[in-house]
Design a protein around this ligand. Structure first.
Ligand code: FAD
Length: 407
């Protein structure tokens, strides 16, 4: 083993990107990419979309062809879990007791699903959706005409609802808040998605908190706090994720809501960086440290972390963005809308399937939700990167060409 050995824990979007970027940035030592899942790094976003709907195969999910890692002289260890980091000895320890030395370490441990702490959660037929294995387990039980109940009206829950409808499944979504997507969008966007899903035959129950899953051996019904009971053949819980930060915390690294890193993806240990869903990082657009759950953010942080490990530090100031596909709707989100005090609509969410919700704070643009509006999405990214102040009336005016908003 050469003296310079970079170990990356977590082989998904951030880890796979970091490994390749390390080589591209001139890292000449060994690189070992370690992931506990049994397969080469794959894209997670299609899991609730094309893969669940059956229009994309597992091979088409791979982030890079499996042999590419070897071509870059990257050792990919799948189905292996790291249980401990010995920072004094600079070694990572596998769950079977084996250990490996590192000179530099990258934590790309991502996030795991938040478990629902209610009776019956362990029943057969109750699923979560984070990994390829999760979706394969769901697919085994899916048949047209069966009744699926989705707990949580966030992006994952709604994408799952759309994909199951394509398979002819009867779908009911239970959301405990008063509207779907409440944490992440303004009311017109929530109302739009509620309308579209209902038009597609999905039943959406709002203000509905689940109390227990019931059934003998297998889930048969769901009981809610307000007494409502729904029959179900299949349950999918999508109530958020928690960062995989225990490994970092137990080794004495600073953690809060994620592993704390600076703008160079550096942790509190100079030999260790972290990237992706597992980090809490400073973000110029949020004006505070945040944790993001998005592929673009994981990729940008991975590039930044690779530069840091190669002694070419460059701060990560990338604009957050995200997307969600449901039916024939492509939602693209630029920026972060926390703290908005005004929502300006361009287009009609009540009678069309194409509009933009611009989020402003004291007249300054914070974010834009663009539904089937790729031109406005590109413009929003540029406006946000420039930090331009823009007249709300212009944002709303459909007569103004999107790119004219830039001038
Ligand atoms: P993760 O993808 O969580 O990967 C971390 C990896 O590390 C996992 O494979 C885990 O098993 C492994 N690991 C953890 N601890 C250890 C250990 N101790 N030893 C070894 N391995 C370990 N984002 C978007 O931007 N757009 C979307 O449309 C979108 N849709 C999504 C749909 C679904 C169904 C899901 C689940 C997510 C979606 N996301 C989407 C979010 C996106 O997938 C995540 O932001 C992204 O996967 C983060 O990548 P990551 O590498 O940081 O972490």
């Amino acid at each position: 083993m050469p003296t310079d050995h970079a170990i990356i824990i977590g082989a998904s979007h951030a880890g796979a990107q970091l490994a390749v970027n390390l080589r591209q940035q001139g890292w000449s030592g060994a690189i070992t990419l370690i992931g506990e899942e049994d397969c080469a790094p794959y894209q997670r976003p299609p899991l609730s979309k094309e893969y669940l709907a059956g229009t994309r195969s597992a091979e088409q999910l791979l982030i890079r062809p499996a042999e590419l890692y070897g071509r870059h002289d990257i050792t990919l260890l799948t189905g292996r879990r790291i249980d401990k980091i010995d920072r004094n000895a600079k070694r990572v320890i596998f769950n079977d007791g084996e250990s490996l030395p590192y000179s530099k370490l990258a934590l790309c441990t991502g996030a795991r699903v938040r478990q629902i702490p209610i009776p019956g959660a362990e029943l057969k037929g109750v699923h979560y959706l984070r990994t390829l294995a999760d979706v394969q387990a769901i697919q085994q039980g899916v048949q047209a005409g069966m009744r699926a109940l989705i707990v949580g009206g966030g992006y994952i829950g709604l994408e799952t609802a759309a994909s199951l409808r394509k398979l002819g499944v009867e779908v009911r979504v239970l959301e405990m808040m008063e509207r779907v997507l409440q944490r992440v969008t303004a009311a017109p966007v929530s109302d739009f998605y509620t309308r579209i899903h209902r038009e597609q035959g999905v039943t959406i129950e709002l203000n509905c908190q689940v109390k227990a899953f019931e059934g003998s051996g297998r889930v048969e019904r769901v009981r809610c706090q307000d007494g409502r009971v729904f029959e179900a053949d299949l349950v999918i819980v999508g109530i958020g994720v928690v960062p995989n930060q225990e490994l970092a915390a137990e080794s004495g690294l600073e953690v809060a809501n994620g592993i704390i890193v600076d703008q160079f993806c550096q942790t509190s240990d100079p030999a260790i960086v972290a990237a992706g869903d597992c980090t809490q990082h400073p973000n110029a657009f949020a004006e505070q440290a945040i944790r993001l759950e998005s592929v673009p953010s994981a990729m940008e942080q991975a590039k930044c972390a690779a530069l840091t490990l190669c002694d070419k530090p460059a701060p990560n100031h990338s604009l957050p963005w995200f997307w969600s596909d449901q039916y024939d709707l492509k939602l693209q989100i630029a920026g972060l809308n926390q703290g908005y005090d005004q929502v300006v609509l361009r287009g009609d969410p009540d009678n069309s399937s194409s509009f933009v919700a611009w989020y402003l704070k004291q007249g300054k643009l914070l974010a834009a939700d663009c539904i089937n509006r790729p031109k406005e999405f590109m413009v929003a990214k540029q406006l946000l990167t420039r930090g331009t102040t823009i007249d709300a009336a212009q944002l709303a005016d459909e007569q103004i060409e999107p790119k004219s908003l830039l001038t």
